[in-house]
Design a protein around this ligand. Structure first.
Ligand code: DGP
Length: 141
């Protein structure tokens, strides 16, 4: 299937049907902690507008979304005292995508520390809650 399906898990989070550790929200996007972090502080930036991924996204949405990705990346760098930030984005199953609503991964990186496996182990809820608080503290909410 290559059309948008609004039963995906991020659409449910956007509709408030499923809970998430949300750290940021504006008219364009929300950001919440990835439950299977590839590094501590791994956060997802998700546009409110529906699209499967980058390939079918409205360019106007992308233009508004990238500044949000930048904002969250800078906040994550500060909150987790990161040496760098990896931004990742996957398109279709063959491209590594498993949730079919556009999202950008923002991952704090530290020198010499390898990433965990993509979509690997579910993180402990207390850890996710603590990391969300750290990020929210920097974002000022
Ligand atoms: P991908 O579609 O390959 O870019 O990866 C999807 C990511 O979403 C993966 O890192 C794990 C994460 N994820 C999967 N299910 C949930 C969920 O229910 N809540 C949250 N917060 N993250 C999820």
């Amino acid at each position: 299937m290559t059309t948008y399906d609004d039963t995906n898990i991020f659409a449910k989070i956007l509709r408030g049907e499923i809970s998430s550790y949300t750290v940021y929200e504006d008219d364009v996007a929300i950001a919440f902690m990835d439950v299977m972090p590839q590094a501590p502080g791994h956060v997802l930036v998700v546009p409110k507008a529906p699209s499967r991924n980058l390939l079918d996204a409205d360019p106007h949405v992308l233009a508004l979304l990238i500044p949000v990705v930048q904002k969250i990346a800078n906040a994550a760098k500060t909150a987790f005292e990161a040496d760098g930030i990896t931004v990742m984005q996957f398109n279709e199953a063959a491209g590594g995508q498993s949730v079919f609503h556009l999202h950008f991964h923002v991952i704090p990186r530290h020198e010499g520390v390898e990433l965990n496996r993509h979509s690997g182990r579910m993180e402990d809820k207390d850890v996710l809650a603590t990391h969300a608080q750290q990020l929210k503290g920097v974002l000022g909410n």
